[in-house]
Ligand binder design. Structure first.
Ligand SMILES: [Zn+2]
Length: 245
């Protein structure tokens, strides 16, 4: 089973506009022509909640397009990491999930740093060895509550390492997104930070951030030209008060 698929509800009037076949965004929001895929060493698997498929501000497909080794799956549950990925994974502990829960960092590192934590939310002792051993990263795409549903419905993630992001600048989304992830980051920002840190290649983050900025710029232009087609930002809800999983 490759996950349950729920069709995206057609939402007028944008439903009538043509999508780009690659990023599936409305043409005025497409930034595909500026993307050159990077050969990544750490594989990426993005699991997207079926209700997330945001054709305007979503970034999962855009993230995957930046990498030669990335898989995007839409669904709610898969029996194993191998089945979700579509190829066999020998040792799931060499994969990591960007964890949604909170953890106390005693000595937080610099911006963009990632930290491996154990199941109790404590910082693992052998950080360097763990981070160097990671072959693949799982990202959960959706709002905080959608990502939480994906976490609970896929218990194989317990076999994976857990990573959390250290101090970070606020999301480039600003006030555009209504229901942000707990960490407030878009999927592309989370991927940029985590992969560039794991691979120690700032170029990965630079490329992804540049595309994201372009996408947001196009969104703002589109919204200004056709306010009826792109939803106006509403007040953000702060999910950080409900951190515990
Ligand atoms: Zn496109």
């Amino acid at each position: 089973m490759s996950g349950e698929f729920v069709a995206e509800p057609a939402t007028a009037p944008t439903a009538a506009m043509p999508d780009c076949p690659h990023c599936r965004k409305l043409r005025p929001l497409c930034v595909c022509d500026g993307i050159t895929p990077i050969e990544n060493r750490v594989s990426l698997l993005i699991l997207q909640h079926p209700q997330e498929q945001d054709r305007t501000l979503g970034t999962a497909r855009l993230t995957a397009m930046h990498l030669t080794d990335a898989v995007l799956k839409i669904g709610l549950s898969w029996p194993s990491l191998s089945r979700a990925l579509g190829r066999r994974v020998g040792d799931p502990s060499r994969w990591a999930v960007l964890y949604l829960g909170s953890a106390k960092l005693v000595n937080p590192k610099g911006e963009g740093e990632i930290v491996a934590i154990n199941r109790k939310g404590e910082v693992e002792h052998d950080q360097r060895a763990i981070l160097e051993s990671i072959e693949g990263l799982v990202l959960l795409d959706g709002s905080w509550s959608q990502a939480k549903a994906l976490w609970w419905r896929n218990p194989w993630m317990l076999k994976c390492r857990r990573l959390i992001l250290g101090p970070q600048r606020p999301s480039r989304y600003g006030k555009l997104r209504r229901e942000p992830r707990r960490d407030g980051l878009s999927t592309i920002e989370a991927a940029a930070m985590t992969l560039s840190s794991l691979e120690q290649r700032p170029a990965i983050a630079q490329a992804m951030h540049a595309s994201f900025e372009r996408m947001l710029e196009k969104y703002r232009e589109f919204q200004a030209e056709q306010p009826g087609l792109a939803p106006k930002p509403r007040r953000r809800r702060d999910f950080r008060r409900h951190r515990k999983l």
